[in-house]
Ligand binder design. Structure first.
Ligand code: C5P
Length: 219
């Protein structure tokens, strides 16, 4: 079993980009679990499924042929033969993803897939990031981190990524998504034994360094 580094945190905390870079520097695999929930939201939308109807979302699971890369360099997400790596980052997917993520059958289904990917021996370690990795998906992982940043900084970072979307819209959407997601799983407070890395005052490289520091300290 590869060494699992579990990283949780709210939207815009830099989890994905930081985790991917940490994985690259350590020669580890990288699993972005949010991308799987996003891919399912994309799949449901592409199949004409009402994402407010939990039963319809559940009925779409058997046809959800999702593939996610674990190599940080060649990272891509596919649904069937379609490369959805970019499409799943669109604001309209961010707006609906919490609806599919709150369905218990969806979570059970995806968590099983994640555990299969985590057990893949291809990499010496794997950085797995999301909302419930430190608490539900891999509570026994030897390294568990909560990556946080102030709401103001998170909105500013997300706005910088989405250059053609007004900052107020991004802020409103991020707040609404955190609120919806927090009803399903608590990712704002560190569970017992989880190390908090607050990146509010850190730039990208310093955050990567801080996370690698936590991993080294645990070895
Ligand atoms: O991390 P990201 O913002 O891409 O996640 C997209 C969505 O996927 C979250 O807003 C949340 O609804 C869901 N998610 C989840 N559990 C995870 C990862 C993501 O419910 N472990």
């Amino acid at each position: 079993m590869p060494l699992v580094v579990a990283v949780d945190g709210p939207a815009g905390s830099g989890k994905s980009s930081v985790s991917k870079e940490v994985a690259r520097q350590l020669g580890y695999g990288f699993l972005d679990t949010g991308a799987a929930y996003r891919a399912l939201a994309w799949h449901a939308e592409a199949s004409g499924i009402d994402t407010d109807d939990a039963a319809s979302v559940v009925s779409s699971l058997p046809s959800f042929a999702y593939r996610i890369g674990t190599d940080p360099a060649g990272y891509a997400v596919h649904v069937g033969e379609v490369d959805v790596t970019t499409a799943i980052r669109e604001p309209h997917i961010s707006a609906i993803v919490s609806r599919v993520a709150k369905v218990p059958e969806v979570r059970t289904h995806l968590i099983e897939l994640f555990r299969g990917i985590m057990a893949d021996e291809r990499h010496p370690g794997i950085v797995v990031e999301g909302r419930d990795i430190t608490t539900v998906v891999a509570p026994d992982a030897p390294v568990r981190i909560l990556l946080t940043a102030s709401e103001e900084v998170r909105i500013a970072r997300r706005s910088a990524e989405l250059v053609d979307v007004p900052a107020e819209y991004t802020g409103e959407q991020l707040r609404r998504r955190d609120e919806a997601d927090a009803k399903v799983v608590d990712f704002m407070t560190a569970a017992d034994g989880v190390t908090t890395v607050d990146s509010t005052e850190l730039d990208f490289d310093q955050t990567v360094e801080a996370v690698i520091g936590v991993i080294r300290a645990a070895q």
